[in-house]
Each structure stands twice: as C-alpha cells, then as structure tokens.
Design a protein around this ligand. Sequence first.
Ligand SMILES: Cc1cc2nc3c(=O)[nH]c(=O)nc-3n(C[C@H](O)[C@H](O)[C@H](O)COP(=O)(O)OP(=O)(O)OC[C@H]3O[C@@H](n4cnc5c(N)ncnc54)[C@H](O)[C@@H]3O)c2cc1C
Length: 459
Amino acid sequence: MITAPDALRRLGRDASHLQGGALAAVRPADAEDVVDLVRWARRHRVGLVARGAGTALDGEAMTPRGGIVVDLSGWKSIEEISVDRRSVRVGPGVVNVDLQSALRPFGLFYPPNPGSAESCTIGGNVGTNASGPRSFAYGPTRRWVRTIQAVLGTGEQVRLGSLAEKRSVGPDLLQVFIGSEGTLGIATEITLRLAPRPEIRQGWVVPLSSRAPLGPLAAGFVRARGTGLSAVEYLDAFSAEGLRSGRGARWKSGTPLLLLEIEAHDRKEAQVRGRRVRAVLRTLGVRAPPIIIEDADQLWKLRGENGRVLDERVGARVREDVAVPVDQVDALIRRLRTIARREGVPLYLFGHLGEGSLHPNYAVDPSSPAAERIRGAVYAASLALEGTISAEHGVGRLKRPYLEAELGGPAVNVLRAVRKVCDPDGILNPGKLYPDARSPSGPLSPSPSARAGRQVRRE
Ligand SMILES: Cc1cc2nc3c(=O)[nH]c(=O)nc-3n(C[C@H](O)[C@H](O)[C@H](O)COP(=O)(O)OP(=O)(O)OC[C@H]3O[C@@H](n4cnc5c(N)ncnc54)[C@H](O)[C@@H]3O)c2cc1C
C-alpha cells in the first residue's frame, strides 16, 4: 500500500488536466488479492480505480477524492505465445511496445498501436478500446481480444470470451467489458488475438499543400484496392514541424503531412503497391514525392512524439477525439475552425484521417469556461455530421454529460443496468462514463441514435 503524498499525486491523476485526490494506492499481487480488495471496498463503500499507465486523456484513470488506485502496471507476464492459435496470454500491465518486441521472433504482431504505445498498457487499452494508426486496416482493440479474466464489482471472478475462433452463444459480454473503463470489473488476465507480421512494413511521409481537401484524400484511400495500406494519418503544419525535431525524422517540413504505412510480403509486392499508392495520390492532386522510412515502427515512434511536442510548445490545452464518416471530414474541419475563430484560440489538428478520426487541439486552459464551450461545440459538430464524441480515447469524466446525446436515453439506461449488476455499489471507477442520473440529457441536441431512442420512448 502506498500513502506517500508525492506518489499519490502522480498515481491519482492521468494525462487529462483533472487532479485526483487518492487516499492510497495498492499493488495487488494476484487475482485473489483483487477479490479481497473489492470485497473490502464494498464493505467500506470506497471507490477503486484500476490503473495501467495513467495515459488516459479524459479523466478515465484519475482517482476522485477518497478513492483508491489499483495499480496493475507491475502485472507484466507474457505467456503462451502460440503461432498455431495466433494468441498470447498477458497480464494487464504489459506495455504495448514490450508486447510487440516479445512477439517479433514468432513472426506475429498485435495490431493496435496507440500514439502512447511506448507507455500505455494492454489493460488500459482494453479499458478504453484504444486504437492507433494501424486501425485503418486492423480496427481497434476490441477486434483483438479473445478472453478476459476479471473480478467484478461484486467480488466474483468471471472469464469472458473464448479461445475458439467462432462462437455464437448469445450477446457477447466480452465486448461489453471492452471500453467499460474499469467500471464493470478489473481485468486480471487477457488473451489476445495476433496477426501474422508482414515481411515489409514501409512508412511513407508525404508533404501536402495546406489547401489540400482532406475528405477526398480519406475517401480516395478507402476506395483504393491492392495498396496494402494499413495506416493513413494526417498532421497539420504545426504538428508536423514539431515531429521534425524527433530523432530519425528526415523530412523538411513547413507543410502538413500525410503519414502512410504500406504492408507487403516481399520487395516486388512492395513496389507494385507503392506504385498504386502513388497513382492514388496523383489522382487526388498530391504530386510531392514521398520520403520512405523502411521500418514503419520508426515512423509511429516519431508520430507518438506529437503529444510531447505539443505539451512543450503549447502546454495545457483541450485535446479532443471525434470521428465522422469520411465523406464528412471537410465539413467537420470547417466547423472545428469556426469554433476556433469564434473563441479566438489557435487550433492544431492531426489524426487518423483514413477513418475520419481527428484530434482537434485548442490552445486554451482546459479547465476554463471557454474550454467547456469548445468541447460542447466540438461534440455537437461531430454528432450533427453523424459522428461520435469519442473515436478512441473514451468518455471518462469529461465527456460523461454528453453520453446521452450520442447514445440516447434508453441505451444509457441499459448501460446503467449492466453496471448495476456488475457493480451494485458503484465502487468501480465512480464518477466516470455514466452521466449523473439528475442531468441525463446533457447540453447537446441528440444524435440520430439518440433521436431513435426518444421515438421508441414515445410509442
Ligand atoms: C501522448 C498520448 C498519445 C495517445 N495516443 C492515443 C492513440 O493514438 N489512440 C488511443 O486510443 N489512445 C491514445 N492515447 C490515450 C491513452 O494512451 C489510451 O487510452 C490508453 O489505452 C490508456 O492506457 P493506460 O495503460 O495508460 O490506461 P490508464 O490510463 O491507466 O486507464 C485507462 C482506463 O482503463 C481502465 N483500466 C486500466 N487497467 C484496467 C484493468 N486491468 N481492468 C479494467 N480497467 C482497466 C482505467 O480504469 C481507465 O478507465 C494517448 C495518450 C497520450 C498521453
């Protein structure tokens, strides 16, 4: 048990601006320890916040006043790597890149690669359903989890999912658990699905004109066939300039950049695919030659520096995470710029363009009233374009008042009911994800699914 104030200040907060007030932090040794801890917390009505690396951005991992941090970052076992099953069993505290290194000799890899891969843990990735550049081809964490062993808020242990490739036995509770931000249970063991590692994985850096419309680029890459593209990323000129200072960057900047990853089985296939990608770029009016980095992981390492660079140059800010259908990307960007102009604050933009997933960063104190207005306006813009308030970071504390605008009241009630069964006393990560029952509808007009929910209620 840790009670030193300095350590608690560090362990009680995450990468959001919210400061926690943890009473203590504990490092359980095994699942039985977690069971005892949950039973104790139920008896004493104390909140427990499961924690990996604490890189969550919306308060998902900060510990509210009086709560206890359950630090799982020491659970780093990597076992049963199976080439035949394409699976691996891990402890929740394994860091994403360490898993990649362990899998390399087996010719396998784990596709989700968040920008925080050098520090974030698999338990945290499951908690937020994280994704990264490669989700253009491979999708988010939820596609890559086979089983989860967890301790529920009742103190019971469950094993969700299956090692079988296919299964049809009712609604999938494994999927309900993924993205639940530590509010249903604490994962103590995770079995992941793996993919065969392509022989060649090139990173491309493509300079863009500052006037290039991004929507047609995103749609063009979605339509293109036979390119082997697994990532289509965008950085505006400011973010790109920042990355240039990172080790291994070899491009002159000053322009926005597209970052691509192309996979191939051999050199010949890489050349054919490369030619197809160049042809797509030409049809979309992009003529600058790409800078090719032979190992795409180097490129993603640099891309991962983006957050640090913005921290150094811009400081505390609103860091958002919305996504819209790709044909709405330009409309979203117009609205994001209008918000920046209206509030008189600089906007920095980057994200997973190929999936219509963007991270607008506004240079404004994240705890100010202006920040709250900006967040609300960004979510409203995304929902109006049939998008989402969170593409990958989660809901946490900052977005919970907006949950009902996206999901609709009836769907939020189902989530609350599931939570009630798994955690009857509300001790797991209290004050996160679910909106307060008192202000359920939040400040926004409802999304299409939320509107559908309202119609059902009237019938
Ligand atoms: C610079 C930077 C770049 C980022 N880039 C990306 C990106 O590209 N894509 C992306 O998706 N996210 C990104 N993030 C956000 C963050 O890294 C992810 O959400 C990540 O999944 C969090 O992992 P973590 O180990 O830090 O988890 P934490 O922050 O510790 O926890 C995250 C959530 O998961 C829960 N949790 C943790 N462990 C468990 C467990 N064992 N059982 C149950 N619940 C648990 C926590 O309670 C919390 O709700 C970025 C963050 C930063 C700071």
